[in-house]
Design a protein around this ligand. Structure first.
Ligand code: AMP
Length: 178
């Protein structure tokens, strides 16, 4: 499938969840097996020779692409989850929301210090979520090899912010966020 058809499988919903936002809805991409497969193969391409041990997938849409990538690359899958979801001891990192804050958690025994990790989410906007996961990974002493996304919003600061922090990024589709 060519990149234009893949891009057309994402639905844009203007004004959701609030006025001024162009919401990039990947549920329509997921309806098409060819689109999902193409997207996952393109996400996986740069990492085939990078000896990634585990994917760290971000709740919730990151789980979809993260699980597919873990199977494609033959590596483990770590879930970074919202508070109250994981049953055993966790490390956590908090991050700012427009109003207040949220946090993400990973089981303390999910990552070993000598492992090479790849963070996966459906979309990068401001980069706040991925930055929180990067600081969470620091607590394990593991190596973060990069961050991969189905979609990058080019007019928002996330990509540049991750690059400034030395986190290599890879994405399949470009959109604007507003
Ligand atoms: P951020 O932390 O700002 O990079 O936000 C990333 C998270 O918010 C991703 O998990 C996305 O699912 C979601 N998100 C942010 N902006 C949008 C948007 N315009 N369309 C769809 N999802 C979005």
């Amino acid at each position: 499938m060519d990149i234009e058809r893949l891009k057309a499988s994402v639905t844009t919903v203007s004004g959701y969840p609030r006025p001024g936002i162009e919401f990039r809805d990947i549920t329509s991409l997921l309806l098409h097996p060819e689109a999902l497969r193409e997207c996952v193969l393109r996400m996986a391409a740069p990492y085939r020779e990078q000896a990634i041990d585990k994917i760290v997938a971000i709740e919730a849409r990151g789980f979809i692409f993260g699980a597919a990538l873990a199977m494609e690359l033959g590596c483990g899958l770590v879930l970074a989850r919202k508070p109250g979801k994981l049953p055993r001891p966790t490390y956590k990192a908090s991050y700012a929301l427009e109003y207040g804050e949220d946090s993400l958690h990973i089981h303390t025994d999910a990552i070993a210090p000598d492992e090479r990790l790849l963070v996966v989410d459906d979309l990068i906007a401001t980069g706040g979520t991925v930055a929180a996961v990067a600081s969470l990974i620091d607590k394990f002493g593991a190596t973060l090899c990069g961050a991969a996304f189905a979609i990058a919003l080019q007019d928002l600061p996330g990509l540049a912010m991750l690059r400034e922090r030395g986190i290599a990024t890879h994405y399949v589709l470009s959109f604007n966020g507003e």
